[in-house]
Design a protein around this ligand. Structure first.
Ligand SMILES: NC(=O)c1ccc[n+]([C@@H]2O[C@H](COP(=O)([O-])OP(=O)(O)OC[C@H]3O[C@@H](n4cnc5c(N)ncnc54)[C@H](OP(=O)(O)O)[C@@H]3O)[C@@H](O)[C@H]2O)c1
Length: 340
């Protein structure tokens, strides 16, 4: 299987590293976080995924100046202190979300949201409420919440801050983090277009989107839209078939929470077939999940988080794991049965 892929002008392994778990609730100390990123890079990771919103507010509100940029500065510092080829590493970030400690007393559940749990939350703790007000919602098991703020002026300002946090003149790849019910999707994508036109970013991506939103972004951004970052894993198998739409359009599909995510509970039974195959290979089931994901689409990138060097080493070895045709057929059937 082709383990390398093209993204934003880089030819890199299709297994990258999400750095969210190193920057938000449950994060390890900074030294461990930097050692974890170094371990990933040493193993061969060449795509680091971060976001403007990967930080924690230190007091009620959305954070003080010293809180902001924690995750992006971590990536910058890890790259600066790494003794490998920095130029080979694609750093992607996202704009349009922030963290919050302001939690409303009551949030109505959304039972029909495909990505949400029984309390209407998804794995970044956001909720989509019919009626569409901007959400402030507590993440599962956490005192912190997330809120979308994708007003064009906010996105543009935050993207410029991301470049400062990351210590670069131009961002390689910037995603809009997710739709904001208070902002027309065209306007949100328009902010990415302005950032491209101003040379703040080289390429654009979009995240947490359905096929109609992919079409809107494609129309506005043309071939500067290169990637869609959506949730995909055995427990969240892309019921809206956005991966197929990316394949039709030739876009990269980047899976977020490829191991089910680390904040919220998910259906562990979805991973039983992967545990069985892992038994055949004498490896972790997480490695089998990642190898299987890479087999789904030749332009798929998967970006597992890790909170220590062992986990990212174990995960990156998925690029060396060959699953048999029978194993792939069994795993595909088990997941496709869940997605309908
Ligand atoms: N675009 C979006 O809206 C969005 C949303 C969510 C995530 N993301 C991106 O996706 C990335 C990954 O998602 P995620 O952080 O939600 O979770 P994930 O990658 O699905 O799960 C990661 C968790 O699985 C465990 N793990 C990782 N590798 C392992 C291994 N080899 N063996 C055993 N356990 C392993 C770790 O948990 P423990 O530390 O507890 O062991 C880790 O925190 C994020 O870093 C972020 O970049 C984007």
């Amino acid at each position: 299987m082709m383990m390398n892929g093209e993204l934003a002008g880089f030819t890199i392994p299709r297994l990258g590293m999400g750095t969210m778990a190193l920057a938000i609730e449950g994060r390890p100390d900074r030294d461990t976080a930097i050692r974890t990123i170094h371990a990933g890079l040493d193993a061969g990771v060449r795509y680091l995924d971060t976001a403007w919103s990967y930080y924690l507010p230190s007091e009620p509100g959305t954070g003080t100046a010293k809180d902001l940029g924690y995750g992006e500065k971590l990536v910058r510092d890890a790259l600066a202190s790494w003794d490998g080829p920095r130029d080979e590493v694609l750093v992607a970030t996202k704009t349009g979300y922030r963290r919050t400690m302001e939690v409303p007393a009551f949030v109505a559940p959304v039972s029909d949201s495909p990505e949400s749990d029984t309390q209407g939350r998804d794995s970044e703790g956001c909720s989509r409420r019919p009626g569409g007000e901007r959400q402030h919602l507590q993440a599962a098991g956490s005192q912190y919440g997330w809120m979308a703020d994708s007003r064009p002026e906010t996105m543009i300002r935050d993207a410029k801050e991301s470049a400062l946090h990351l210590g670069v003149d131009t961002l390689d790849l910037l995603y809009s983090h997710g739709p904001d019910p208070e902002v027309a999707y065209e306007d949100q994508v328009g902010a990415l277009k302005q950032l491209l036109d101003e040379g703040v970013i080289r390429y654009a991506g979009i995240s947490r989107v359905d096929n109609a939103q992919i079409d809107i972004a494609r129309e506005i951004l043309g071939d500067k839209l290169i990637a869609v970052q959506n949730q995909f894993s055995p427990s969240h198998p892309d019921p809206e078939h956005t991966m197929e739409h990316c394949a039709e359009l030739g876009l990269a599909f980047v899976c977020w929470s490829p191991l089910g995510g680390f904040l919220d509970a998910f259906d562990q039974r979805a991973y039983d077939p992967f545990r069985e195959v892992a038994g055949n290979h004498g490896c972790s089931y997480q490695r089998v999940v990642l190898a299987w994901e890479l087999s789904r689409y030749e332009r798929l990138f998967t970006i597992p988080s890790a909170r220590n060097p062992q986990e990212i080493n174990d995960s990156f070895a998925a690029t060396e794991l060959t699953l048999t045709q029978d194993e792939l057929a069994m795993l595909n059937a088990s997941v496709d049965a869940r997605r309908g």
